[in-house]
Design a protein around this ligand. Sequence first.
Ligand SMILES: Nc1ncnc2c1ncn2[C@@H]1O[C@H](COP(=O)(O)OP(=O)(O)OP(=O)(O)O)[C@@H](O)[C@H]1O
Ligand SMILES: O=C(O)c1ccc[n+]([C@@H]2O[C@H](COP(=O)([O-])O)[C@@H](O)[C@H]2O)c1
Length: 218
Amino acid sequence: MSSHSSKTLALFGGTFDPIHFGHLRMALELKQVLAFDEMRLLPSHQPAHRAAPGVTAEKRRDMLALALEDCPELVLDARELLRAGPTYTVDTLEELRSELGTELPISFCMGMDSLLGLPSWHRWQRLLELAHLVVVARPGWEMPASGQVADLLAAHRGELADIQQQPAGKILVQERRLLPISATDIRNQIHSGRSPQFLLPERVLDYIQSQGLYQQER
Ligand SMILES: Nc1ncnc2c1ncn2[C@@H]1O[C@H](COP(=O)(O)OP(=O)(O)OP(=O)(O)O)[C@@H](O)[C@H]1O
Ligand SMILES: O=C(O)c1ccc[n+]([C@@H]2O[C@H](COP(=O)([O-])O)[C@@H](O)[C@H]2O)c1
């Protein structure tokens, strides 16, 4: 039995290019509603399934650190930035399991869009052996009718008590309204000369301006 058996850990991964209030609210709400003991934001180094971010991993991490300065409930975990090559979630979860043992309940949080793309993730069938998946769906979402994700949901759908008490293997679908904010919109606004004020923390916006980030269209 691991010494962590009475705790629960949640991870909220993303490119965070840049971090915004949509990410921060969702991470905080999931932590509070699902009563996780710890919620870590996990910036991806070289995202595996999208174009390379325009801003270096170090700057994305700095923005995340600034965003979390006033929020002790959310913690930065920069481990993926230390690994070379494409960032695969399965590698991160295996690393965490070797550090924290096999008993600690670990939940990896993602949007429903990410779940629908899960079969293209690296070694995706191993993920549920290492962690639970908490999937955020908009109210009124519909279950995919068939296919690998429908089969996965049918086999692994669980309840809150499962993800709090078991180490891995369940999918919890959480219906929540999302703030209508996207990092793509923020980048577009900046390079069009408009201000993204009120969509992200003021300190992050100051950093973006002082470093001259997102001025060029990509
Ligand atoms: N407005 C939002 N509210 C809640 N969660 C969000 C929101 N936008 C993105 N997410 C979730 O945050 C995680 C990281 O997303 P990501 O860093 O790609 O942000 P993004 O705003 O979608 O960026 P981009 O526009 O560059 O794709 C993903 O799980 C994604 O589903
Ligand atoms: O492991 C993979 O193959 C994989 C493929 C796509 C996305 N992910 C992870 O999913 C999280 C959200 O990714 P993104 O691209 O929506 O910011 C982030 O932690 C990524 O590392 C992981």
